[in-house]
Design a protein around this ligand. Structure first.
Ligand SMILES: Cc1ncc(COP(=O)(O)O)c(C=O)c1O
Length: 351
């Protein structure tokens, strides 16, 4: 039972019959065409994606990984912003390469939320918003440690960015596609992004990612002459997967389900918090939760993780953050959650 969804990718569970069938069907038509050529299935996927964000006459690019999607978004926005800085939150993973991974200090202002005391105005008072072209926001996965950024702070950043004609880019690679109990994590923040980059769950394990662009931003990017070419750009096969995953989620109302079953996960994990003194905190939303343990010198976290595996449950593990992670597919059943929590309870009482 995979409570980590691979690397947070199999949003509809391993070996989903409908996704597999869509892949086989598309492979028998055409899997790869070259980025200069469109295709019916690409247009259909674009329509599905743009509908998710209400981007009328917006545009899409399909790539292969989350890192590519975020890096594309950052390079594109850099090309159209006429200001020197990006703004982001410290410690939030954006990409494994490129400008968004390097986040060089001459160009990026990173806000450290450990210094945040609950007052957005004073926290932001020295930030030069007139020189910031874009806020690159990741709504809480925080490299698998689940740190949900404060809503009032994020809203105030949006207001200041807008006052200064900047852009909002959201990295929904992990928080997208229902993971947080809403379609996209930014929906908790009452903000309107110009660009949304997502991946992982939209492919259910197949490597495809998406950049959705509002009309205004898409036009500016086209005018800018941005050059960005990759072999696997707008591949019909990836687009068939995107279209099918969105259809399955809509047809089965899986977002609503994730939000409801997420409350079961939260409740069950909180019962463990009440019972075991070694648990410091349970945090998360939707189907994105962690249990952080108290830092004891000899705490057998790796053994607990291994024992869970031996009991049939794959969970996420972070030794530096002293936590276990639970990111199950949107299809997870109540009884499966109870099975995991019982197994974890037995293991914790043993130690
Ligand atoms: C928030 C976020 N952005 C980007 C990425 C990069 O995605 P990928 O591993 O598909 O390149 C990740 C990966 O974990 C992520 O969590």
């Amino acid at each position: 039972m995979d409570f980590e969804s691979g690397v947070w990718c199999t949003s509809l569970g391993h070996n989903n019959r409908h996704v597999n069938e869509a892949i086989i069907k598309q492979m028998n038509i055409i899997s790869h065409a070259g980025y200069r050529y469109s295709n019916k299935i690409v247009d259909e996927a674009v329509e599905k994606v743009l509908n998710l964000f209400g981007y009328i006459d917006g545009k899409c690019v399909f790539l292969s990984s989350g890192s590519e999607a975020v890096e594309f978004a950052v390079q594109a926005v850099k090309k159209i912003m006429n200001k020197p800085y990006f703004l982001c939150l410290n410690g939030y993973f954006l990409s494994s390469y490129g400008l968004s991974a390097a986040r060089n200090k001459e160009e990026w202002i990173s806000l450290d939320l450990t210094d945040y005391k609950g007052d957005p105005s004073s926290f932001l008072k020295n930030i030069p918003f007139d020189k910031i072209g874009a806020f690159i926001f990741e709504p809480g996965n925080a490299s698998g440690t689940v740190k949900l950024p404060p809503e009032d702070l994020v809203k105030m950043i949006e207001v200041k960015i807008r006052e200064n004609n900047g852009f909002i880019v959201v990295d929904e690679v992990t928080t997208g596609v229902g993971r947080t109990g809403k379609s996209f994590g930014y929906e908790y923040y009452d903000i309107s992004p110009d660009i949304v980059a997502f991946g992982k769950g939209i492919g259910n394990g197949y490597p495809v990612s998406v950049i959705a662009l509002s009309k205004q931003v898409a036009l500016l990017i086209e005018k800018s002459g941005l050059k960005y070419a990759q072999s696997h750009q707008n591949d019909p096969l990836g687009c068939a997967v995107v279209k099918e995953v969105i259809s399955i989620i809509e047809h089965n109302n899986y977002i609503q389900r994730a939000s409801e079953i997420g409350l079961v996960l939260e409740h069950e994990l909180n019962l463990l918090l009440e019972k075991y003194k070694c648990i410091k905190e349970v945090r998360g939303r939707g189907l994105m939760f962690v249990i952080e343990f108290i830092q004891y010198n000899d705490f057998p976290l790796e053994k607990i993780h291994r024992d869970l595996f031996d009991a049939g449950f794959i969970t996420g593990l972070s030794i530096p953050a002293n936590l276990l992670r639970f990111y199950p597919p949107l299809t997870i059943e109540r009884e499966q959650i109870k099975g995991l929590v019982n197994a974890l309870s037995n293991i914790l009482s043993k130690y």
